[in-house]
Design a protein around this ligand. Sequence first.
Ligand code: ADP
Length: 490
Amino acid sequence: MAFILSLDEGTTSARAAAYDEQGRVLAMESSSFACQYPHAGWVEQDALEIWHSQLDAARRTVARLPAGEIAACGITNQRETTVVWDRVTGEPVAPAIVWQCRRTAPFCAELAASGHAVTITGKTGLVIDAYFSASKIRWILDHIPDGHARARQGDLLFGNIDTWLIWKLTNGAVHVTDPTNASRTMLMNLESGEWDEALLSIFGVPRAMLPRIAPSSAVIGVIAAGHLGVEIPIAGIAGDQQAALAGQACFRPGLSKNTYGTGCFALLHAGAKRPVSKNRLLATRAASATTAPQFAIEGSVFIAGAAIQWLRDDMGLIKSASDSDMLASSISDNGGIYFVPAFVGLGAPHWDSAATGLISGITRATKPAHFARAALEGIAYQTRELVEAMEADTGERLAELRVDGGAARNNFLMQFQADILGCPIVRPADTETTALGAAYLAGLAVGFWKSVEEVESFWRADRRFEPGMSTSDRERLWSGWKTAVGRCRL
Ligand code: ADP
């Protein structure tokens, strides 16, 4: 068997990739799907469309490989996004509620002010927020006929996108998730790695609808032959950010990465002991290559590359996301413009559902280039907020930051990130680390790769960005950003 297949279901597209024994990508196909914004702050997707997009990308990838050569498949996914479906028909009972969706913010605000807050945060390591799945599941059960009763009887199933895809790929035979995804539902006890009765009861989520939590690197089922032409073992599962941590070969405590996709997610591997953040970051599970639990500290920013997408699709300022690079570089400074993309409130470290987006400092001299530059700089400032919180949690300065994700290809952004952090940025040769990480987990489970050391040896830097900005410029800009963030909060 010569390849590992990886299915990488992101927020904007579903990708499939095949890797050889050196961890080199040999084929990659993608298929995008729609996102709906039916009300302010609401974000929805069609779970069946996601499934068809993923299957389409997987079929086109497999078609480029010699038949019968796939040793195993790994799956990684946008996390927290919530699907509830009918066990018999396999039809979703409501649109998938996407991780960015704020519809449950009022419920979460009540919960945060209640006596349950300490229990929830203590057990899950999470800050109470509409971001996580539990309040989204409850919302669906509240808004469909007999939702709670049907869920209690086991007629309805819940899954994040990993679970949903695996259920489809196995023709309904396997209902499973892994600790990295489960740790984002707000229903899993972070320490034990199991669904927690007290949390299920707080959120009113029946156990009967929940998947089994299996290890991230283990054979958990087989893709039915009808989908990709042959049966393929499913041997790896991880939420996209934990998969990216693995794909960056960060399997050990102290190693960290930042992914620049729709949002921005900085993860620091914390080893075998559960961390506690004192600076409004999250404690979460890292994907373990064995059955022993591994943990991470995470900072999550909701809108990063999505701000560039907005400039392209809604404002019509650029034709492609990569145009933002040249446009931002065409001017020598930000012209006093700051863009805080709080389109769905603010995530870490603010956790403010009520914040709205803001572009400040506009004058008659402001040009489209300033908007592009301010959008990219806004991504880097948000990352600095995460890194500062992480440094405060660990008491150590970051030595360098490994980066990946679609927007990490933007050289202006990477240089500005190094400048505003005052720390080197290292971009690997393969920036599709999410897909790669899921492949590693699957390949390690079936012995395609023999050890974590072997996959660590595949990591290669493409380019290093050294900080070049003076301290006074850095702190002047940083203080401008902090003022802008203050203004967008009510
Ligand atoms: P996801 O996995 O969240 O779907 P990706 O890692 O595929 O995201 O990255 C896509 C995001 O990155 C989009 O929001 C897009 O606007 C942004 N993006 C892609 N290329 C660039 C670029 N060259 N410069 C800035 N942003 C980019």
